[in-house]
Design a protein around this ligand. Sequence first.
Ligand code: FES
Length: 167
Amino acid sequence: MTESKKDKKGPASEAPKNDRRRKFLLAAAGGIGVAWAGAAAYPVYRYLAPQPVPDPFGEEGKAPVDKITPADVANPGMGKNGGYAARGIIVLRKQDGELKAFDSKCTHAGCNVQFQGNVIHCNCHGGEYNLDGVNISGPPPKPLTELRVFEENGVLYVSPLEPEQKG
Ligand code: FES
């Protein structure tokens, strides 16, 4: 009699227990899945999320010019491509003696423009700028970004152009 009672009670009382176990395992598997998806997606998010652009002029508000010395632009008509803060730059001295500097990123599609004596030329699509950085032919839609250039202790530096110096 005891045995038959056990037989009848056994499977009936196991059913809710199995349901709870099944629900627990499903919830645990779901939690692990969510955690795994989050761990896999986070690096992708970090890669695709826009990063803050560092200020090329830093706290001092100026950046040294690489590969161009004051002697390279000492006389009218001289000019050269160089760099600043991991970007390209052109420094040139106009015929009237004025020293000019431009970020060398073309305003059309971002190619590196080249100083060519009496014009600044873009090899990508043939765009041209005059020595004031103004777009004069080809597809560039606007002038080059002009920078303030100056010499300190035999080194050329650039800084952002003040609003009153623009244009
Ligand atoms: S990128 Fe310079 S003309 Fe197109």
